[in-house]
Design a protein around this ligand. Structure first.
Ligand code: C6P
Length: 440
């Protein structure tokens, strides 16, 4: 990380927008001055933030789609591939043992990151999508009976809807949508009324990617448990922005993606309660997940290997470990405080632009601002902003039921991370005014 370990820095861009990028790989210390985050030091850890788009500084507001990677992550992956690369859990040779140790150590780091009771409960998968499919196909397919109900909030991402629709089709279970209010909050009264003896599974997104809503997951879990249901939490947008404590939440499954938490793509985590995971059958077969194999029958490895068939994304897991250390080093108190500042400024300034309608105005919100601008299609807005170097996402954000609920086909979405600045929000707002003029 920058400013640590006395590493020599290097310049990554020119013309007055120079960033000094450290190449140090020492473990992170909290960088939480009394008044908040040292954002310019943080930015120096992310080489891509020095990019210029047609001569203009990149303003990266598409963090909900994927987050940028600090040098420690890039370097951890490079170092693993250059110095330690081998397959894991298979070889007796030097490199394989080193790779295995490094890989298994990340499992312990994920356990700590989630405050999970046991590393065996941490399953490495490709991402949130695969984690949810695993639970749907292993837990859902073997436990659901015709007429059983799966309750999902209306604000779920497609990856926490479609896997359940698939398993409902296979088992005769029914998927029901928990309504949300005009502000984009779960209608808790309606949820209470929907819970009942038929409810088997509740799926809830911790932080909505389309609205920014932070859901009352602990409360919803308590109510679901009273009804005898298990709870899966989609933490894709929560893991990068808020501390996650699966024991405090009380949930049964928690999923997140590495690439949204400043790590590599191709890796993610399913955490599950050991008692549930132990009772669940494997969902994919292959190497490393077995105890013995013969043509008369196969026995399976214990957790977590039972759910990790085949060679995993080893270098990516190593990168994920570096990312989690980095984020914890910055500290979620400082991250939360700064992102709330960014959101407050963006909400105030963007909503003051004539013709803007905010979509998602929950009381508890993370750094996601979804909106429409009268007379300008979100895709056109995205193109105009891109000309200013501003990267936003435009579309349905893989949350079409949310769009339907708010009567829009698409929104423009700016999503923030702790390396964003107040000046960047000014650039966004100037772009919105320009878009109005272009389409006037
Ligand atoms: N949302 C967005 O731009 P994967 O693709 O498996 O890493 O994550 C899927 C996913 C699941 N849940 C939520 C709440 C998400 O936001 C996402 C990914 C991106 O909002 C890409 S659609």
């Amino acid at each position: 990380m920058a400013d640590e370990g006395g590493a020599a820095g290097k310049r990554v861009s020119g013309e007055g927008n120079e960033l000094i990028v450290s190449t140090s790989t020492t473990s992170p210390r909290p960088r939480v001055p009394a008044v908040g985050l040292d954002v310019s030091s943080i930015r120096a850890d992310f080489p891509i933030l020095g990019t210029r788009v047609d001569g203009k500084p990149l303003v990266y507001f598409d963090n909900a789609a994927t987050a940028q990677k600090p040098l420690v992550v890039i370097e951890a992956v490079r170092r693993f591939l250059a110095e330690e690369n081998a397959n894991i859990h298979r070889g007796v040779h030097y490199l394989s043992e080193r790779a295995t140790l490094a890989f298994d150590a990340v499992r312990d780091e994920v356990r700590d990151f989630l405050n999970a009771p046991d590393s065996r409960e941490v399953i490495f998968v490709r991402g949130t999508t695969e984690a949810i499919n695993l639970v749907a196909q292993s837990y859902g397919r073997t436990t659901l009976r015709p007429g059983d109900e799966i309750l999902l909030t209306t604000m779920e991402h497609h990856s926490n809807i479609v896997p359940w629709q698939l398993v409902a089709g296979q088992t005769g279970a029914v998927v029901r949508a928990i309504p949300i209010t005009d502000a984009g909050e779960v209608d808790l009264e309606a949820y209470r009324r929907m819970l009942g003896p038929k409810t088997r599974i509740v799926g809830v997104v911790h932080i909505s990617n389309a609205l920014g809503t932070i859901n009352p997951v602990a409360e919803m879990t308590r109510l679901a448990h009273e009804a005898g249901a298990v709870v899966l939490v989609d933490g894709a947008q929560a893991a990068p922005h808020t501390p996650v404590d699966v024991q405090a939440l009380g949930c049964d499954f928690y999923a997140f993606s590495g690439h949204k938490v400043f790590g590599p793509t191709g890796v993610g985590v399913l955490w599950g309660r050991a008692s549930l995971l132990e009772a669940m059958p494997p969902w994919q077969g292959g190497g490393d997940m077995i105890h013995t194999v013969s043509f008369t029958g196969t026995t399976f490895a214990p957790l977590p290997a039972k759910f990790e068939a085949g060679t995993p994304a080893i270098a990516e897991v190593i990168g994920l470990g570096a990312a989690l250390r980095y984020v914890r080093g910055v500290g979620f108190d400082a991250i939360g405080a700064w992102e709330r500042t960014l959101l407050a400024r963006a909400t105030e300034q963007v909503s003051a632009v004539p013709g803007v309608r905010l979509v998602g105005t929950a009381r508890e919100k993370a750094g996601v601002l979804s909106f429409t601008l009268e007379g300008v299609h979100p895709h056109d807005l995205g193109t105009i902003l891109d000309a200013d170097g501003v990267a936003i996402r435009a579309g349905h954000h893989c949350a079409q039921p949310v769009m339907e609920r708010f009567g829009v086909h698409a929104t423009a979405r700016a999503s923030f991370a702790f390396y964003n600045t107040l000046d960047e929000i000014d650039v966004l707002v100037r772009g919105l005014h320009r878009a109005r003029e272009v389409f006037a």
